[in-house]
Write a protein that binds this ligand. Structure first.
Ligand code: PCA
Length: 211
């Protein structure tokens, strides 16, 4: 039985919900077929601890695919992240009060890694099901980008067979009731989207880059 690890974050910035954990936890135990099962792990929205929890989960579960999820307030579509950059610049403190500015995630790591998920095929499959999704070239400079970089660093150095990457999600409708100009997407649509992404990620190879 192969494992697909889906991670989501705890709420941050004073919120009580994070769509990423709502979606990940809804998928816990979901079986795509007899061969593949989803394990969901919640990550703290804390720079150091998020990487430790992620690494522990990967070591323990030995997943074939890792899809990390995070909330991106203000986005109306799923954002499939292409690039994890070796750069942190937190404009708000994390949940432990740390606020690193202008710093590296890995002092000896490369400037960036590409996701090795089949992002283009995932976007095509989502659009085929009328789910808004787009390629994103920056995962920001906060905890999500930091942990995405940590995942790709781990894959590069220890787990070459893992396909992994990051998807930012819109807020849930209940998060934006008093924020009339902030877009949202229903939980059911987000869960459906992730099921499609999981299926495609198992079937397809990473996007080929033309030389
Ligand atoms: N979003 C934040 C951190 C946790 C989350 O869900 C980010 O985009 O960095």
């Amino acid at each position: 039985m192969a494992t697909v690890l889906i991670t989501g974050f705890e709420p941050f910035a004073g919120e009580t919900l994070n769509p990423s954990w709502q979606v990940a936890s809804a998928l816990q135990g979901w079986q795509l077929d007899e061969e593949v099962m989803v394990s969901a792990v919640k990550l703290p929205c804390v720079f150091k601890q998020s990487l430790l929890t992620l690494e522990q989960a990967v070591n323990q579960l030995q997943p074939a695919v890792v899809i990390m999820l995070g909330q991106a307030t203000g986005c109306s579509q799923l954002r499939l992240e292409k690039i994890a950059s070796n750069y942190i610049d937190a404009t708000i403190a994390d949940n432990s009060g740390q606020q690193p500015r202008n710093a590296l995630t890995a002092s000896h790591g490369p400037a960036a890694y590409f996701s090795n998920l089949p992002i283009n095929a995932m976007i095509r499959a989502l659009h085929f099901q009328h789910i808004p999704a787009q390629l994103s070239l920056s995962a920001g400079s906060y905890v999500c980008n930091h942990s995405f970089y940590g995942l790709m660093h781990l894959i590069k150095n220890q787990y070459a067979s893992i396909k992994g990457g990051f998807i930012h999600l819109p807020c849930l409708p209940e998060q934006v009731l008093n924020k009339p100009d902030t877009p949202s997407m229903e939980l059911a649509s987000q869960i459906k989207a992730l099921k499609i992404c999981i299926e495609v990620s198992l079937q397809q190879h990473a996007d080929q880059l033309l030389a």
